[in-house]
Design a protein around this ligand. Sequence first.
Ligand code: DC
Length: 220
Amino acid sequence: MTGVVAIDGPAASGKSTVARRVAAALEALYVDSGAVYRGITWAALERGVDVHDGAAVTQMLAGLDLRFFARDGAVVFSIDDREPGDAIRTQDVNNAVSPVAVIPGVRIQVVLWLREMARLGPLVMEGRDIGTAVFPETPCKFYLDASPEERARRRHREMVEETGIEEAEVDASLRRRDKIDSSRKMDPLQVAPGATRIDSTAMGIDEVVSTIVAAAKSDA
Ligand code: DC
């Protein structure tokens, strides 16, 4: 495969698992674009920068040395020579990332970085605006969805063992994030023109993966 497969969708729609497996099947590099927004958020929290202050976050960003490289079938990145690893998955980052991702200066910079990643080889990139803003010209665009109840069930299953969190709390937090992600002014979450919409509520992962792989191969 050459080029980019774009997979967008709301939180807990199964994008990450699906995109990873599609990338492996197509021998392309997997990119988690949300990780870049999370990395910037982590850097801001570490430096004590107010994540609601767009000018301060944008100014911080200009001074960051972000580098990315391919490793184990995925694109990973470092910020000022440190790889954030699991530090981008904390509850503090979960709570702060949506306000960071609405800052226009942040989005402009991240879109440029994500486009540069295509120099590393064919990509399967998942996110919220890959088909609409980052690679709108790719013919291979998918919008992965599932009902809010099913997404809450899936995310709760992932989190309950470590955190003991209630499903109702997961549901409320997902709905809050969906609202911020789809109502922001710049590049809101929406189905890209020409994207294939896949509702995975009643589908297994294997079926979703094989649908996308088959479509990507026929587009290539
Ligand atoms: O997918 P995620 O939960 O790791 O995403 C983290 C945040 O980044 C979420 O608030 C949406 C935002 N995001 C975005 O605005 N555009 C993307 N392409 C990917 C993520």
